[in-house]
Design a protein around this ligand. Structure first.
Ligand code: OAD
Length: 233
């Protein structure tokens, strides 16, 4: 692989599974236990903010207790040691990439941040948020988790697409390829002429779009893959 190559890595819930955080769509995953339309849409929040806050408070507490695994640490190493650019884009909201020392773009928001639905001010979320919590800037009782819900526009799309359109290597790790726009990134990368690789426990809905496949648990496959890139093998 050429030095100074531009790499974009997309991660999903599978990268945090071995840190004890459940994925969404694997057997017994979050979306088997909760209906998306009850907890992860703006309409759900308007209808029953207490329920939505309880759901995200439970996840915030769980994420705060979780520790990064070898996959998060390997990606931080790739970012630190690669001579070229490594843009790490995550759909995860758990903060484990930062805990491992990486800098990640959070396209679906972050559990550790709060957003005012009235004035769009953002601040560090307390561990527990409740219906009617007020915004520290405008004092409206409109505090919500800073999470991108279904029907909302993911964050930082322009920056992400710019990077994908000029990257040489695109990797997707631990994501099922069921949620757009992230699921479409591999096609953008291919159009840009980038090499594409998927790292997953099993084939995903988007596997056919990737040139290379590495099957196995992320904590085992990602460190080996990162070593191969860094040593040029
Ligand atoms: P999913 O739960 O849809 O998919 C998890 C993927 O991780 C699956 O393809 C698994 O095969 C894989 N996986 C599980 N354990 C793994 C392991 N140890 N090593 C490697 N791979 C593993 O999660 P996402 O694709 O991240 O959005 O879901 C995308 C979005 O849908 C989420 O960001 C969330 C959700 O609804 C919002 O909440 C807006």
């Amino acid at each position: 692989m050429r030095r100074c190559e531009r790499i974009v890595v997309l991660t999903g819930a599978g990268v945090s599974a071995e840190s004890g955080l459940g994925t969404f769509r694997d057997e017994g995953g979050l979306w088997a236990q909760h209906r998306i339309e009850d907890v992860a849409t703006p309409e759900a929040f308007a209808r029953d903010p207490a329920l939505v806050h309880r759901f995200y408070t439970a996840r915030r507490i769980q994420a705060a207790q979780a520790q990064p695994n070898a996959a998060h640490r390997a990606l931080a190493r790739l970012q630190a040691d690669w001579e070229g650019d490594v843009l790490l884009v995550t759909q995860n909201v758990d903060g484990l990439h930062q805990k491992a020392g990486a800098s990640a773009i959070h396209m679906h928001g972050e559990l550790s941040r709060a957003l005012c639905a009235a004035c769009a001010h953002r601040w560090d979320a307390p561990l527990e948020m409740s219906a009617g919590d007020t915004c520290p800037a405008c004092h409206a009782p409109s505090a919500r988790p800073d999470i991108v819900w279904f029907g909302e526009m993911p964050y930082h799309m322009e920056r992400i697409l710019d990077a994908i359109q000029t990257c040489d290597l695109f990797a997707a790790i631990g994501t099922s390829g069921q949620v757009y726009p992230a699921a479409g990134f591999v096609e953008e990368a291919r159009l840009a002429g980038a090499a594409t690789v998927e790292l997953n426990l099993r084939d995903s809905d988007m596997s056919h779009a990737f040139e290379h496949h590495i099957l196995g648990p992320a904590s085992r496959t990602v460190p080996v893959w990162v070593d191969q890139i860094l040593t040029g093998k």
